[in-house]
Design a protein. Sequence first.
Length: 474
Amino acid sequence: MSGVFYPTFARHAHGEGLKGHSTHYCAGCGHGVVHRDLAEVIEELGLQDRAILVSPVGCAVFAHYYFNIGNTQAAHGRAPAVALGHKLAHPDSVVICYQGDGDLASIGLAETIATAQLGLPLTVIFINNAIYGMTGGQLAPTSLIGQRTATSPEGRTAAMGQPLKMAELIAQLDGPVYVERVALYDARQRVKARKAIRKAIRLQQEGVGYAFIEILSECPTHLKLSPTLAEQWVRENMEPIFPLGVKKDREVEPWFRPPAPRFVPEEILGCCGAEPAGGRPPRAAWPAHLPRPDLSLKLAGAGGDGAQTAALLLTRAAIEQGFDATNIPSYGPESRGGTSYADVHLAAREVLNPAAPEPDILVAFNAPSLAKFARTVPAGGLILYDSTMIPEPIGLPAGRRILALPLTQIATTLGRPMVKNVVALGALQAATDLLPSGAIVATLQHVLKDKAAVLPLNEAAFAAGEQAVMLTPV
């Protein structure tokens, strides 16, 4: 076995016994052959420490269990975009996209063409078995006319479109330097396939350009044939539609030798004489009393509670003070009664992870949100909730600062229950001194500059929230 493979595959039986040496592929599937050849080529070229395999959703989704090299799991169809990021961030790496037909030629078609046209040195291994193999045998962009699938039980017709000939399509672009279609149905073809894989990776290793290898592969499971008959089916049915051979091979001198990029913002700004965007206020000092220079919050409630709006206001206020801030909304399926939430991060310099699975601060406007997220707040964190809507919370975790305020009642007293989210922001500011004094109010004034009639109400709501904290023993 090639040293590029792990000695055992931990996905199966914890790597023990015979299963620890077997892949998840079906008997007779071409993926195993291509995996072997790819591993041997990487080892032969001495690229194990430089190689990065990008495998998206598809039959090869578990490739990272097998290849002892750099691995990235991409979303369905997005492998070219992920590979491009790897290559630009680490120019000396050898990045290999390993994709199936449903992934590369359907949901990922735009990324495939755009990346190929760029022409940066990348290697794409495209497995064409004319079917959606992993998800149940549905019609793929490469399925043949007349081919029966789970979604074309009477066979593919011209009304469903002709099968896409990806090698020919990629070859006509200006970016690629080498495009070839190979097969696996006999020993002679497998030797050609290995040579094509080696050449494609070598061209990237030398900094020459983009290479695309399409491999006609057997899928005995969905063809409902034995491995031998599946090989015959590929030769007799696929090859006439997808002719084998080199589709493009142009001579290009090695050109891709960029310096490694720098990731220090001050260096990047300094080298080009850039300054922060004009009109932004000077960077405020990060509050010294906060435990870390990156604080996470989760604001959650039912649809209509204003959690999303409050999160946006908070994020914008932080940005206007010169901090880095992110906001990720998550809308539940319910318009009322369930929970939707927003994750907010505020950082003195840079937010490194915008998600907030363990928020330092939780603001909950309804009972389902409090029940769902209270225990995700780490010890020492703050939980602020609306006691009007949650009069008797159950199971609040110990070791957290709990602040129960009648947010809805306060807003109703002001004449508009809907401003309870602004009441919550006032309470949050008073309880944490999160932003410089007046920052959130200044953002409110800017956001509502065209709605002057409601600005006094919102300013009053913010002040009422602050006052409520001052009058509440903690």
